[in-house]
Design a protein around this ligand. Structure first.
Ligand SMILES: NC(=O)c1ccc[n+]([C@@H]2O[C@H](COP(=O)([O-])OP(=O)(O)OC[C@H]3O[C@@H](n4cnc5c(N)ncnc54)[C@H](OP(=O)(O)O)[C@@H]3O)[C@@H](O)[C@H]2O)c1
Length: 258
């Protein structure tokens, strides 16, 4: 029998930054990274919810800190990266999870301001975070970035043009950064969920007719739970994926297979 390999999912003492970690998918990712030994920084707009996440993790014996940063404000993101480096050293893992989809409108009724708001958080904020944390990782000669995409990153969805464009851009940003940074062992990947039960989708899921249509279109015939998305993030954050870069893992119950 071959000797048992070291636990490739172990994240002991790795510094992992999760944006939008105060609720939804990001909160679960923060908990699951901490459960594998990571020192987690939860970052986002609302310090109350971020502090609650970090308090829960610490109460359960993990390591976590909350730092406020609006990911659509370049100065906040730059400051977040420098605060993390000063307090914990260069980040090992960055999970760009924060994202919004505040409008469902036909494209011809979408204003430029609405378009810009979505791109600012879902794409430009992710670029700035990748650049700032990427510099730390390149200098350290290692790192893993996980960007949160969506099925909307590879297929068009009705009344969601700006969101789809932001996630499609994010997937190609992911692949481009992966090519540039692979020689320095900085990996960049994405996770693309289908419909997950969170605040973001509550309106759709509670709308009986729409919910039924979405479930009919989903081969697994159910919505995802947050822990099912976090599992893919843990894989990409850890050494279990150390030869994987530039990929998007679909976690969508078969949506993009059909
Ligand atoms: N739920 C789904 O079905 C689904 C499917 C595919 C992809 N996704 C993606 O998964 C990610 C998380 O979604 P979710 O469902 O967990 O959404 P959610 O429950 O609405 O949570 C979104 C998180 O992002 C944070 N955020 C929003 N704008 C921000 C900003 N400008 N700066 C910093 N943080 C900001 C929010 O913070 P506040 O508490 O301050 O608002 C919140 O923590 C998003 O990127 C989303 O596009 C979700």
């Amino acid at each position: 029998m071959m000797p048992a390999p070291a636990d490739m999912f172990d994240l002991s003492d790795r510094v992992c930054v999760v944006t939008g970690g105060g609720r939804g998918i990001g909160k679960r990712i923060a908990h699951d990274l901490a459960a594998r030994g990571a020192c987690v920084v939860v970052a986002g707009r609302t310090l109350d919810t971020l502090s609650a996440t970090s308090r829960e993790i610490v109460e359960q014996g993990g390591k976590a800190t909350a730092i406020a940063a609006d990911m659509s404000v370049e100065g906040d993101v730059v400051q977040l990266a420098s605060q993390v480096a000063e307090r914990f050293g260069p980040a090992h893992v960055l999970v760009n999870n924060a994202g919004i989809n505040p409008i469902y409108k036909p494209p011809e009724a979408t204003s430029t301001a609405e378009w810009n708001d979505i791109i600012a958080v879902n794409l430009s904020g992710v670029f700035v975070a990748c650049r700032e944390f990427g510099r730390q990782m390149l200098e350290a000669g290692r790192g893993s970035i996980v960007n949160m995409s969506s099925i909307a990153g590879s297929v068009g969805l009705a009344k969601t043009a700006a969101y789809c464009a932001s996630k499609g851009g994010l997937e190609l940003l992911t692949r481009s950064l992966a090519v540039d940074w692979a020689p320095k062992d900085v990996r960049v990947n994405a996770v693309a969920p289908g419909f997950v039960e969170t605040d973001l989708t509550r309106g759709m899921i509670e709308h009986a007719a729409l919910s039924e249509r979405l479930l009919k279109r989903t081969p697994m015939q159910r919505f995802a739970q947050v822990e099912e998305i976090a599992g893919a993030v843990i894989y990409l954050a850890s050494d279990a994926s150390r030869y994987v870069t530039g990929q998007t893992i679909g976690v969508d119950g078969g949506w993009t297979a059909a």
